[in-house]
Design a binder for this molecule. Structure first.
Ligand code: CA
Length: 625
């Protein structure tokens, strides 16, 4: 009897397991997109044996695809322009069995709210969410997730910071003068370790509960928007996390690159078996590159914990494209920062960016090409006249070349080919870019030694570098904590150390950068300095879109001016150990003679005539408005 009962329970369990749709992605969609096609991924036990029916005015099933795994179906829908928002039933039928899934179609946001991208009028504040502020202690540890501890003394485990912590401090960010926020990724990373950084996604539609719920994320978006702050989402198309839910049951035999190696590995052997990317990013454009090197760059895995996605599989490609659009619409995003740009298939990247830009023409996307070569940076920017005909559809790329030039230019001894000449000559490369002012410039980021450390903890030099960056024809990005001289000097470049906690983000922190409590004088000075500069920049058309003019460095002095109609902004840096009485005669082309300028920091006024005194080891920004 007992056996029979157990057997009965067993069959009940099996039939229940059968009778389930585990996943439909995207989880909802909208009416009114330019592209009327939608491809649903449906996952459930033996779902491929089911017929699919939808009965809803305007929604038509165009085609249904089986995958290599019997537990997936891909369903192509057409959603006509006249379709009304509402909920429709997707019926899965097999024999007498019928499963139903309710699917929601919503109206898109109003055109007036439509996703205005970030541009050179903005300054982006880059935040590592685990390390900025802990707004909710109850989400620090979530039962059932693989990494289940916090330890603020260990820079490679979670510290408890979250989205709510950013939301609570939006006024601080706004008052500082930032206009956009880029958060390092906040989607779920249910990984055994290192989950704090967020680059190993284990579900593309779920925020990490340790960063907050979907409602917390929506609330953040709404409060940011109310405060005039644009949101930029960090998206990773190249790889996912090793514990992504699809890793247990991959839809296709070519869902991943080197899938066969993954399938014959286990937790212990995966690291040894992994075929790594050769990181030869130049092969993407190199007309002489060996195919084996080109594929080795694209198909190799970044690290053993991050499976390399195969975007040549068109279902994978569609999944990723729709996912990005889903987040833009859901969170009212203004932009995307696309991680490890050249590591994904470039034809796919072009489609991905093109599809987004078609739905959101004012949107902006910045791609991460970590190259110091302007030719390679330029290749990825839309409008570049690439010989191979490649069209990227990407408005912005990261300007690592200029970043390096600024650091070296400020730090190095002045000589024939070192020091300021590097800044001058790098900016001269702008002739090659299709749109230089849409490149993203930065002094550092979450992967790179902090600017204060780069500048050997010299406050003056840090100011010279930061203020130049903010004056260039670019979109500037500043890493959280730059304003209080955060550093990684104990071990320059160490990722955990770069991403140190922002003081005041946790209860009982000894110092508090939000209030100024217990900050050192130099930190307060830098914070004020940046606040003044950012708030000035916010209203400076000359910096946002003005003409640029610069003069070859001479005797340790470099001058750059920006001009829009009557407004002139002049940046001057003096690297000498003594004050310089600068003769302005040489700079007649600025057309500033006789005009009154104000030092935006000290409010000291100057008449642009004869000589201007610049303090030793310093930079100034002058404005005639
Ligand atoms: Ca928390």
């Amino acid at each position: 009897m007992k056996n029979l009962f157990t057997t009965f329970l067993f069959f009940l369990f099996i039939s229940n397991a059968n009778a389930q749709i585990d996943i439909i992605h995207p989880p909802n969609w909208w009416v009114g997109f330019e592209n009327q096609n939608l491809q649903l991924l449906a996952k459930g036990n033996n779902i491929s044996e089911f017929k699919v029916e939808i009965d809803y005015q305007g929604v038509e099933i165009k085609k249904i695809y089986k995958a290599d795994s019997p537990n997936y179906l891909f369903i192509d829908l057409n959603i006509s322009n006249s379709t009304l928002p509402g909920i429709f039933k997707i019926k899965f039928k097999r024999g007498l069995k019928e499963l139903t899934h309710n699917y929601k179609l919503e109206n898109r946001r109003n055109a007036s709210q439509q996703n205005e991208g970030f541009d050179s009028s903005d300054v982006i504040y880059l935040i590592t969410p685990d390390r900025f502020a802990n707004g909710d202690y109850s989400n620090d540890i979530i039962k059932g997730l693989k990494e289940n501890k916090i330890d603020r003394k260990d820079n490679y485990v979670r510290h408890g910071g979250d989205i709510i912590g950013v939301t609570k401090n939006i006024n601080y960010i706004k008052d500082m003068g930032f206009t956009s926020i880029w958060l390092n990724p906040v989607l779920i990373n249910d990984m055994k370790e290192g989950s704090y950084h967020g680059y190993a996604t284990t579900d593309y539609y779920t925020p990490d509960p340790r960063f907050g719920s979907m409602d917390d994320y929506l609330d953040f978006s709404e409060k940011a928007s109310k405060n005039g702050i644009k949101l930029i989402k960090d998206i990773i198309l190249n790889h996912c996390g090793l514990f992504h839910w699809w890793m247990d049951d991959l839809p296709f035999n070519d869902w991943l690159n080197y899938q066969e190696i993954y399938l014959k590995s286990n937790d212990e052997t995966i690291e040894k078996n992994t075929v790594y990317s050769n990181h030869k990013r130049s092969t993407i454009q190199d007309i002489y590159a060996a195919e084996v090197d080109y594929r080795g760059m694209l198909d190799g895995w970044f690290v053993p914990t991050m499976p390399d996605l195969n975007q040549r599989n068109r279902f994978m490609a569609e999944y990723l494209i729709q996912n990005s659009i889903w987040w833009i619409e859901t969170l009212n995003l203004s932009g995307i920062r696309q991680d490890t740009y050249p590591y994904a298939e470039k034809e796919f990247l072009s489609d991905w960016a093109g599809r987004i830009m078609k739905e959101y023409p004012k949107f902006n996307i910045v791609g991460e090409e970590w190259s110091y070569n302007p030719i390679r940076i330029a290749y990825w920017q839309d409008g570049n006249n690439n010989k191979d005909g490649y069209k990227s559809n990407l408005k912005s790329t990261m300007d690592f070349a200029m970043q390096k030039a600024i650091s070296e230019g400020i730090l190095e001894e002045e000589n024939w080919n070192t020091g300021l000449i590097k800044i001058y000559e790098n900016l001269a490369n702008d002739f090659y870019y299709s749109d230089p002012k849409s490149l993203l410039i930065f002094n550092d980021n979450h992967d790179m030694s902090r600017i204060y450390t780069q500048m050997k903890e010299d406050v003056s030099k840090t100011k010279m570098a930061v203020s130049l960056m903010l004056t260039l024809p670019r979109i500037p990005q500043i890493l959280y904590g730059t304003e209080i001289l955060m550093e990684d000097s104990a071990k320059p470049g160490d990722h955990g150390l770069i991403r140190t906690d922002f003081p005041g983000g946790w209860k009982n922190d000894k110092s508090n950068a939000f209030t100024g409590k217990n900050l050192e004088d130099s930190q307060l000075e830098m914070q004020n300095y940046l606040k003044t500069l950012l708030n000035f920049r916010k209203n400076s058309k000359a910096i946002h879109e003005g003409e640029t003019l610069h003069y070859a460095p001479k005797d340790g002095i470099y001058l750059l001016s920006r001009k829009y109609k009557d407004e002139i902004v002049i940046y001057i840096v003096n690297k000498n150990n003594k004050p310089v009485n600068l003769d302005t005669d040489r700079f007649v082309e600025i057309n500033a003679v006789g005009k009154i300028f104000t030092d935006i920091q000290t409010e000291k006024r100057y008449k642009w005539n004869g000589k201007i005194q610049i303090k030793n080891n310093s930079s100034i920004i002058l404005s005639n408005k």
